[in-house]
Design a protein around this ligand. Structure first.
Ligand SMILES: Cc1ncc(COP(=O)(O)O)c(C=O)c1O
Length: 506
């Protein structure tokens, strides 16, 4: 279809939008196809949220379709929350309330008959209860103190320092600050190192909560593409990071070098050296989040004694800080993914003066950390290497089962096998929107996070993160629900069929 030209400004806006939509990509039913296309443009950031859409007649002319078709597409967008209208005033793009940034990561109470894959965190092992029993026995020794342990329990800081040293970063307890999970470590370090308006380099995709903190601070995230399928073994990310550091004068960088969330990707030793050198050259204070570093799983179907199989601290890759001068990198760690998120024990390792700034804010906000949790964390760190052998073996089986179920049920989805971490980062077939799938999945009792949670500017609506943190039967059930949801999303939005027939619920 060829588009007539218009000299009016409104006509030009409609022409530009028609070019973005791609006139030849619309397919029957055209109204649904146009609505999906517009929704994807909003979701991936190419159309600004709150931007005015062209009048129906103008867009119809530009696209060479009937006005009824555009009217019906706009109605679909309004009904699904992707547009709002005021009678006589026009139609504006919007984002549905349910895809709001905060809502997606406040886990609701589990309901019977539902599967929650909206967050990636394994169940706690029985050793946690044993560790708390041991902690209660040790508690009487600490009762004579006032209980406000500045910087954290000395024994815990010493253990963290020992573990970092075993991984290749020689350090001491004075350079360790205990935090309420890695979350408090990341937000404390970002607050201490940035001011409103500062730029912060982030790998893209990245852990969403870091992006939320940057938004709250008023700092600007500068996304640096880290495509795991290109990064594993290839040299793309360090070069992109170097250019971004040179061109944007960032105050800080936030990176997850080993088994990133959501991709599971790792920097090779050589990539890590290049990244550390660039950031140092441009004087960028870097947060290296090592929360998932213990979770190397090796190749698909790999042997149990493959990479990550033995569970020694020395098996985990050296921290990024080991390649940088002292003070250039603040390392974040946590027991949340290696043991259990319910512990809420994490740490920062860095320059004492920087940690002091983080600690002052933390102590103003919530005093000090619970002593019993830190005593339990000591016991758990002592047994961590043994516990990791079992954890990795279980995660490897679950990862491979989820990959297998997806390949069998949704063969047109791209499912790279990550070398570690807790989740798959799947690319959806062209035209299928992750937010549409997430909406539909909820109706099948499956809770997911949209791909765009992991990016800036609504990028990644063509991706979905699927954690493999639950038992195999639950994951298989989740894939059946997912296939049903994908089929619903395709029906509602007119995307091409992706699932293998029959393997869906209902
Ligand atoms: C990369 C990364 N950092 C930090 C966290 C939060 O960890 P914590 O539970 O210790 O606060 C997560 C949790 O998903 C994560 O994936």
């Amino acid at each position: 279809m060829s588009a007539p030209t218009s000299s009016s400004a409104a006509g030009e806006a409609a022409e530009r939008l028609a070019a973005l939509v791609g006139r030849t990509t619309l397919h029957p039913p055209v109204a649904a196809s146009l609505a999906l296309s517009l929704r994807s443009l909003v979701a991936d950031g190419r159309l600004p949220v709150g931007g005015r859409l062209p009048a129906e007649r103008e867009l119809a002319t530009a696209l060479g379709v009937s006005r009824v078709t555009v009217s019906s597409a706009y109605r679909r967008l309004r009904e699904s929350g992707w547009a709002r209208s005021r009678t006589g005033a026009g139609t504006w793009t919007s984002v549905p309330d349910r895809s709001g940034v905060v809502a997606a990561f406040v886990p609701g109470a589990p309901r019977d008959g539902t599967v929650d894959l909206s967050y990636a965190s394994p169940a706690g092992p029985p050793e946690v209860a044993d560790a708390y029993a041991a902690a209660l026995e040790a508690l009487p020794h600490l009762l004579p103190s006032h209980g406000y342990l500045a910087g954290g329990l000395a024994d815990l800081r010493a253990r963290v320092a020992e573990r970092m040293t075993a991984r290749g970063l020689t350090t001491t307890a004075e350079r360790v600050l205990v935090t309420t999970g890695a979350s408090a470590g990341v937000s404390g370090a970002l607050r201490a190192g940035t001011s409103p308006g500062d730029r912060v380099l982030v790998e893209h995709p990245t852990w969403p909560n870091a992006l939320d903190v940057l938004r709250m601070i008023g700092a600007r995230a500068v996304p640096v593409p880290r495509d795991p399928t290109a990064t594993w073994g290839a040299a793309g990310f360090p070069g992109a990071l170097h250019r971004a550091a040179r061109e944007t004068s960032p105050a800080m960088a936030y990176l997850v070098p080993h088994h990133a969330n959501p991709t599971g990707g790792v920097l090779t030793a050589e990539e890590q050296r290049r990244v550390a050198a660039s950031l140092q050259q441009h004087d960028v204070l870097t947060i290296a989040d090592e929360t998932l570093a213990d979770l190397a799983l090796g190749p698909e179907g790999g042997p149990e004694d493959g990479p990550g199989g033995t569970g020694d601290a020395a098996d985990a890759p050296p921290p990024l800080a080991a390649d940088a001068r002292p003070g250039a990198v603040v390392t974040v760690g946590s027991l949340s993914k290696s043991v259990w998120a319910g512990l809420r024990v994490g740490w920062l390792v860095g320059e004492p003066s920087f940690l002091h700034r983080v600690a002052s804010t933390a102590s103003r906000e919530h005093g000090a950390l619970p002593v019993v949790d830190q005593l339990a964390a000591c016991v758990l760190l002592d047994g961590l290497d043994a516990g990791l052998v079992a954890r990795r073996a279980q995660l490897r089986v679950q990862r491979d089962a989820l990959v297998g179920a997806l390949r069998a049920t949704l063969p047109t989805w791209e499912v790279p096998v990550p070398p570690g971490g807790l989740s798959l980062w799947c690319r959806l077939p062209r035209g299928l929107s992750s937010s549409a799938v997430v909406d539909a999945a909820e109706r099948h009792g499956l809770f997911l996070s949209t791909g765009s949670r992991f990016g800036t500017g609504h990028a990644f609506d063509d991706h979905l993160r699927l954690p493999f943190t639950q038992p195999v039967p639950v994951l298989e059930d989740a894939v059946a629900r997912l296939a049903a949801a994908a089929a619903d999303a395709e029906r509602a939005w007119g995307a091409p069929t992706t699932s293998r027939g029959g393997a869906v619920l209902g």
